[in-house]
Design a protein around this ligand. Structure first.
Ligand code: HEC
Ligand code: HEC
Ligand code: HEC
Ligand code: HEC
Ligand code: HEC
Ligand code: HEC
Ligand code: HEC
Ligand code: HEC
Ligand code: HEC
Ligand code: HEC
Length: 311
C-alpha cells in the first residue's frame, strides 16, 4: 500500500484570511489593482485552465473563490495599456520575500501549521515557487509530482538511494514526499516520529504483536523505532540495516551470559537473528524466537530443543 499521507490545508483560517482579503478589496474597489480577469484573458487566452486544476479557480469561474489574476500579479492597470513583461508583477521573477508575500496573503506557510511541524526550509531564502508552480496543474501544484526538485537540492541524500540496499526511488514507487510531509497535520514534518510513516506501507512489521520488541514498537510512542535499525534512504548492508550481523543487536544488547555456557555455547554459534528471527515482534514467544528453532539447531523436527538456555 502506498500512501502519501494526508495533508492539511488550513481551510478555516484561510477562509478567514480570504474573507478579510475580499472585504479589503471591496473597501478599495476603485484602486488601480482591480482589473477584471476578462481583460487579462483577452490577451492571455487559455491560461485560466491551469488555475482550475490547481484550485485557484477565478472568482469569475467559481464565485466566492476570491481569486483573480491581480491577486498574484500586481500592476495590471499599467500593463493593459502598455503590455510589456516589465510592468506587471510576476512572483516567478520577484525576490523570494516579495514573491512569498503574494502567497501568504491567503496561505499560512507550512512551518506555522500545527504545533510541532517545523520546516527548516523556512529559514532559507526560498519562495513558495521553489517547490510550487501555480500555472502547472500538478497535484498540490508541485513542480513535479515525483519530487525531482527535492533531489536537485539534496544530492547527498539522493546518492544514498544508490546504495546496495535502498528504497525504490528511481522506480518512483516511493518519492521524498512518501516519508516527508510538509503539512504537519498528524505526523510532525521534520521533528521526531517519521517512523510512523513506515508502518503505513509496511504494516506487517509495524505490529501489533502479542510480544512486542520494544526496539520496534517505540515508533508509535517515542518516534524512534524503525530507524533504530534501518537507514531509510539506503544502506550498504542488506535490508536497509544500519549495521551488519550481530552488531545490529549488540548496539543495545549484550550477549546473555548463558548463551555462552549452555549446550556448549550454542547461543554464540549462530547469528542472533537466526534464533531470534521474529525481530520485529512475535505472536508466539516473548524472546522473539524462531518457531522452527529446534529444527534449525539440529533437533528433531517439532522438538523444543532450546528450552531455558537462559537459566
Ligand atoms: C493587450 C494585451 C494584454 C493584456 C490586456 C494583458 N497582457 Fe499580460 N502580457 C501581454 C504581453 C504582450 C506580454 C509580454 C509577453 C512576452 O514578452 O512574452 C505580457 C506578459 C505578461 C506576464 C509575464 C511577465 C513576465 O515577467 O514575463 C504576466 C504575468 C502578465 N502578462 C499578466 C497579465 C495580467 C495579470 C493581465 C491583466 C491584469 C494582463 N497580463 C493583461 C499582453 C497583455
Ligand atoms: C495564485 C496566484 C496566481 C494567479 C491567480 C494567477 N497567476 Fe499567473 N503566475 C503566478 C506565478 C507564481 C507565476 C510564475 C510561474 C508559475 O509559478 O507558474 C505566474 C506566471 C504567469 C505568467 C508568465 C508565463 C508563465 O507561465 O511563466 C503569465 C502570462 C500569467 N501568470 C498570467 C496570469 C493571468 C492572465 C492570470 C489570470 C487569468 C493569472 N496569471 C493568475 C501566479 C498566479
Ligand atoms: C487570493 C487568495 C490566494 C492567493 C493570493 C494564493 N492562493 Fe493558493 N489557494 C487559494 C485557494 C482559495 C485555494 C484552494 C483551497 C482549497 O481547495 O481548499 C488555493 C490552493 C493552493 C494550493 C493547493 C492546490 C492543490 O491542488 O492542492 C497550493 C499549493 C497553493 N494554493 C499555492 C499558492 C502559491 C504558491 C501562491 C503564491 C504564488 C498562492 N497559492 C496564492 C487562494 C490563494
Ligand atoms: C521545500 C518545498 C516547499 C516549499 C518551499 C513550499 N511548499 Fe507547499 N508543499 C510542498 C509539498 C511537498 C506539498 C505537498 C503536500 C505534502 O506532501 O506534504 C505542499 C503542499 C502545499 C499546499 C497544499 C496543502 C494541502 O493540504 O493540499 C499549499 C496550500 C502549499 N503547499 C502552499 C505553500 C506556500 C504558500 C508556500 C510558501 C509560503 C509553500 N507552500 C512553500 C512543498 C513546499
Ligand atoms: C532549493 C533547494 C531545496 C529544495 C528544492 C528542497 N530542499 Fe530540503 N533543504 C534545503 C536546505 C538548504 C535545507 C536546510 C539545510 C539542511 O539541513 O540541509 C533543507 C532541509 C531539509 C530537510 C531537513 C534536514 C534536517 O537536517 O533536518 C529535509 C528532510 C528536506 N530538506 C527534505 C526536502 C524535500 C522532501 C524536498 C522536496 C519536497 C526538499 N527538501 C526540497 C534545500 C532544498
Ligand atoms: C522511506 C522513507 C523516506 C524517504 C523515501 C525519504 N526519506 Fe529522508 N528521512 C527519512 C527519515 C525517517 C529521516 C530521519 C532519519 C533518522 O532519524 O535517522 C530522514 C532524514 C532526512 C534528512 C535529514 C538527515 C539527512 O540524512 O541528511 C534529509 C535532508 C532528507 N531525509 C531528505 C530526503 C529527500 C530529499 C528524499 C528524496 C530524495 C528523502 N529524504 C526520502 C525517511 C525518508
Ligand atoms: C510509500 C511507501 C513506503 C514507505 C512510507 C516506506 N517504505 Fe519501505 N519499502 C517500500 C517499497 C515499495 C519497498 C520495496 C519492496 C520490494 O522491493 O519488494 C520497500 C522496502 C523496504 C525494506 C526492504 C529493503 C530491501 O533491501 O529488501 C525495508 C527494510 C524498508 N522498506 C523499511 C522502511 C522503513 C524503515 C520505512 C520508514 C522510514 C519505510 N520502509 C517506509 C515502500 C515504503
Ligand atoms: C531491532 C532491529 C529492527 C527494528 C527496530 C526494525 N527492523 Fe525491520 N528488519 C530488521 C532485520 C534484522 C531485518 C532482516 C531480517 C528479517 O527480514 O526479519 C528486517 C527486515 C525488514 C523488512 C524487510 C522484510 C522482508 O521480508 O524483506 C522490512 C520491510 C522492515 N524490516 C521494516 C521495518 C519497519 C517498518 C520497522 C518499524 C516499524 C522496522 N523494520 C523495525 C530489524 C529491525
Ligand atoms: C535500539 C535498541 C535495540 C536493538 C538495536 C535491538 N534491541 Fe532487542 N530489545 C530492546 C529493548 C529496549 C528490549 C526490551 C527490554 C529488554 O528486555 O531488554 C528488547 C528486547 C529484546 C528481546 C526480549 C528479551 C526478553 O525479555 O525475553 C530479545 C530476545 C531481543 N530484544 C533480541 C534482539 C535481537 C536479536 C536484536 C538484533 C536483531 C535486537 N534485539 C536489537 C532494544 C533493542
Ligand atoms: C542458538 C539460538 C540462539 C542464538 C544464536 C541467540 N539466542 Fe538469545 N536466546 C535464545 C533462547 C532459546 C533464549 C531463551 C528464551 C526463553 O527461555 O525465554 C534466548 C534469550 C535471549 C534474551 C533474553 C534473555 C536475557 O538473558 O536477557 C536476549 C536479550 C537474547 N537472547 C539476545 C541474544 C543476542 C543479542 C544474540 C546474539 C548475540 C542471541 N540472543 C543469540 C536463543 C538464541
Amino acid at each position: 500500500m502506498v500512501s502519501r499521507g494526508s495533508y492539511t490545508y488550513p481551510r478555516g483560517l484561510c477562509l478567514a484570511v480570504l474573507m478579510l482579503w475580499v472585504a479589503s478589496l471591496a473597501g478599495v474597489s476603485s484602486m488601480a489593482e482591480e482589473v477584471d480577469d476578462e481583460t487579462c484573458l483577452a490577451c492571455h487566452d487559455g491560461i485560466e485552465a491551469s488555475l482550475m486544476k490547481g484550485s485557484h479557480a477565478l472568482e469569475s469561474m467559481r464565485p466566492g473563490s476570491g481569486v483573480s489574476c491581480v491577486s498574484c500579479h500586481s500592476g495590471g492597470e499599467v500593463h493593459i495599456e502598455d503590455p510589456t513583461p516589465d510592468n506587471i508583477g510576476n512572483p516567478g521573477k520577484a525576490l523570494a520575500a516579495e514573491a512569498e508575500a503574494v502567497c501568504t496573503a491567503c496561505h499560512i506557510p507550512h512551518a506555522d501549521v500545527g504545533t510541532i511541524g517545523l520546516d527548516p526550509h523556512r529559514s532559507q531564502d526560498f519562495s513558495c515557487g521553489t517547490c510550487h508552480q501555480v500555472h502547472g496543474g500538478n497535484a498540490a501544484l508541485l513542480i513535479d509530482e515525483e519530487g525531482m526538485f527535492c533531489q536537485t537540492c539534496h544530492a547527498a541524500v539522493t546518492n544514498q538511494f544508490r546504495r546496495r540496499s535502498n528504497h525504490p526511488l528511481t522506480d518512483q514507487a516511493v518519492t521524498c514526499m512518501s516519508c516527508h510531509s510538509f503539512t504537519g497535520e498528524s505526523e510532525p514534518t521534520f521533528g521526531h516520529g517519521p517512523s510512523a510513516n513506515c508502518a503505513t506501507c509496511h504494516p506487517e512489521q509495524g505490529g501489533p504483536y502479542i510480544y512486542e520488541h520494544q526496539a520496534t514498537s517505540s515508533f508509535s510512542t517515542e518516534g524512534d523505532g524503525c530507524t533504530g535499525c534501518h537507514e531509510p534512504h539506503g544502506s550498504s548492508h542488506e535490508r536497509l540495516l544500519m549495521q551488519g550481523g550481530n552488531s545490529l543487536c549488540t548496539q543495545c544488547h549484550g550477549t546473555p551470559p548463558l548463551h555462552r555456557t549452555r549446550h556448549g555455547g550454542i547461543g554464540t554459534q549462530y547469528a542472533c537473528y537466526e534464533c531470534h528471527s521474529a525481530t520485529h515482534g512475535s505472536q508466539s514467544h516473548r524472546s522473539l524466537l524462531n518457531p522452527q528453532l529446534g529444527t534449525l539447531v539440529g533437533g528433531e523436527p517439532g522438538s523444543c530443543f532450546c528450552h531455558n538456555i537462559e537459566e
